[in-house]
Design a protein around this ligand. Sequence first.
Ligand code: MSP
Length: 486
Amino acid sequence: MDRQRFSVTTPIYYINDRPHVGTAYTTIAADVLARYWRQRLGKGKVFFLTGTDEHGAKIERRAKSEGKAPKDFADEVAAVYEQTWTIMNISFDDFIRTTEPRHKKVVVKLVTELQSATTPKGNLAIYEGHYTGLYCVGHEAFMKDSDLADGLCPDHKTKPETVTEKNWFFRLSDYNETLQALIEAGEFTVAPETRKNEILGYIAQGLEDVAITRPNVAWGIPVPFDKKQTIYVWVDALMNYVSALGGPGGAKYKKFWPADVHLIGKDITKFHCLIWPALLLALKLPLPKMVFAHGFFTVNGQKMSKSLGNAVDPLTLVETYGNDALRYSLLRDIAFGTDGDFSEDRLKERYSSDLANGLGNLVSRVTNMVEKYADGKFTRRAKETPAEFTKAMDILRFDEALRVIWNHVDAANKTIDDRAPWTMAKEGKIKESKNEELKNLLNELANTVLDVNDLLAPFLPESSAKISAAFKKPVKKAEPLFPRLT
Ligand code: MSP
């Protein structure tokens, strides 16, 4: 895929609680993409955005239950997010918080512009109306009876509140045909295919108008033209993707908007694939090129989430297994786009089989033999990138990309077992041609490891840096990359 620059985002996370493996999953995937494109395009050509979603009833209530002012509470948890991603070696370029003045300024400007915007059918894009119905505070979303399972929100297992309120509405119902045409033509890509079909299904049923303001939520950005209301937290949040770039018109916006990929979980597709593009159309701004929705991490089949009490703290796993092993296991075990059960046993298994015995063993054997039998020398040839790897990365199939890499790792280990370089070294004392054969083999192996290392770098940045260091000439036997677990 040819690109001049690359821009990737994660959802901005709610700060009602700390990060867990589910939120880390999206962030790690975005990090892999950002590193991959930095490697291909060079510095300054990639923009990787993450951040925190801090307004709305859910946060307001959570702060209250902690006996804290919402902003103080937000400051604390937003800092935990930023620290967690830093410890996890996430290479974000910007961290946007919706309570920052730079964000609020852009949101107010865009919402003001919506007032005079018109829809493709020539109607005013927003109007005043009333809503009576269900609201799930966990989702910060208006819901219908048909969204519930046994009267409860299927994700939060709570009963939604019934609210009657006066809101400003956005005329989403005027965008059915326009959105359908853009998605079908691939001008606005919704991936994977299952999610695209789901979204086209919603459009076929006919989209309904959506509230964009809330009258009874104090913790939010005041509506510029109706000070008794605040901007609905989802509209506020979606606009982070452009507010972080300084809003339309600025230099950063010109360079990095539209985003190449909004990475999200499958729980928030309606917001990203329907409401967000329609708002952008109303504002006459370009749409993101792609929204990619991955699946859920489940624990015994249930979505991992703080509210269900089955969340796993990524930092606990990082302490035991390291950042790279967590990244590897999350991305290798589940095809990006589908659901998968999380299990620490699986992570442990991957750690010892693929990482310690596979990659770690290969690097230590090759560096050891290059040091011992080739005076630490080898000749680097031009690097090779397998076409299947590039293809997998283009469609965000990280599991496939890793499988391609590990085919090379396994093949190289097998070559060592089959050809037994140590025997060649012994025979070389008697037969000179064996020395030549050994040198060529080690050269081949060193090059394979460095080719593999190049592909690995976005996935396992810490191990990759160690491998590069170990192959600085003269090569010396590398320290174990993945020490035995205690
Ligand atoms: N604040 C909104 C997003 C606003 S974006 C403009 C939100 N936040 S969230 O904290 O609930 O995070 C949601 C995202 O976290 C999901 O879309 C997904 O990317 C990730 N995940 C949260 N739980 C997850 C799993 N159990 N499994 C996989 N991803 C999960 O929604």
